[in-house]
Design a protein around this ligand. Structure first.
Ligand SMILES: Cc1ncc(COP(=O)(O)O)c(C=O)c1O
Length: 295
């Protein structure tokens, strides 16, 4: 008998349903109070200084690349072991992705190969925390400092991940989380750009709404339709409905993470004895917030 394995198996919280109802009843669907509250909550969970909720992590990465002035003729070093979105974001701004190999223990980008791939046109590095396991940010930061390159984390999988006692955003210039339905915290479709640099956050926010200097809420509040377009951008803001789902889902986030950890523990336990067929990473341990960790 074949058992159908679902692509994802999500639990929608009561709070998410109630938040969505509230937004629908309010008649206001553009970014507003729910979006601001969701951003605040994610800043709290990730201990991040700044955050901009966006329509997807893919768009979030593109916004960061544009904010950093990366475009035609530039090269961005990344990993081939990722979802297509990482590479797509680089191509979308007109830059060329250059692959550095991965480390076979962590499955994350290998800093030594990153170092070998740096050329005159290299303008940034996008590392990916595969399955929530953090990249070797100490080594990557040394390389970035030496070559004056921004370090971006595709943190689509790594909400709740920390390195030492600090979350990923503290180790990079920008960290982009996904709230896609397969992810640890969901909102339907969405993401957030996290950063310790106010300039990146401000630029990402303006670029996410066509480069407009004010958003719909501000215009409605001031009873003014006027706005300036500071530069061409994208349409990549998060909608109030998606934020309503995301904010509601934060009430079950820890419980859902614990569930994932249990599943990871089960895989680990049951795969350990069949190393004849399955090669497990050399060192492994399980952390409560992000599933299986390898050391
Ligand atoms: C590693 C990685 N990066 C980026 C993305 C894109 O996320 P989003 O669907 O929010 O654009 C995903 C989604 O699956 C992913 O797994």
């Amino acid at each position: 008998m074949h058992k159908k394995i679902p692509l994802y198996d999500i639990v929608i919280s009561k709070q998410a349903i109630s938040n969505v109802t509230k937004v629908l009843q309010s008649g206001w669907l553009s970014p507003g109070k729910m979006t601001s509250q969701f951003e605040e909550k994610i800043l709290e969970i990730t201990d991040s200084p700044y955050g901009v909720a966006v329509s997807s992590a893919t768009d979030g990465m593109q916004l960061v690349l544009i904010a950093l002035g990366i475009g035609d003729g530039d090269e961005v070093i990344t990993t081939p072991f990722t979802f297509v979105a990482t590479v797509e974001a680089i191509l979308a701004v007109g830059a060329t992705p250059v692959f550095a190999d991965i480390d076979q223990n962590s499955l994350n980008i290998d800093p030594e190969d990153v170092y070998r791939k740096i050329r005159i046109n290299t303008k940034a590095i996008i590392a990916v925390d595969i399955a929530g396991y953090p990249c070797n940010y100490d080594a990557l930061n040394k390389i970035c400092e030496e070559h004056k390159l921004p370090l971006i984390s595709d943190s689509a999988h790594s909400i709740g991940t920390s390195l030492g006692d600090k979350s990923v955003v503290h180790h990079v210039d920008a960290s982009i989380i996904s709230f896609h339905a397969t992810k640890n915290l969901i909102c339907g479709e969405g993401g957030i750009v996290l950063t310790k640099h106010k300039m990146i956050a401000d630029a990402a926010r303006i670029l996410s709404r066509h480069g407009m200097t004010s958003n719909a809420s501000e215009r409605a509040e001031n009873n003014s339709w006027e706005y300036d377009v500071a530069s061409p951008g994208l349409k990549a803001n998060m909608s109030e409905l998606h934020a309503a789902v995301g904010l509601g889902q934060t009430t079950v986030f820890e419980k859902e993470q614990a569930k994932r950890t249990k599943i990871a523990e089960r895989y680990l336990k049951n795969l350990t004895d069949i190393t004849e067929f399955v090669s497990l990473p050399k060192q492994m341990r399980i952390l409560p917030m992000a599933g299986i960790f390898l050391f």
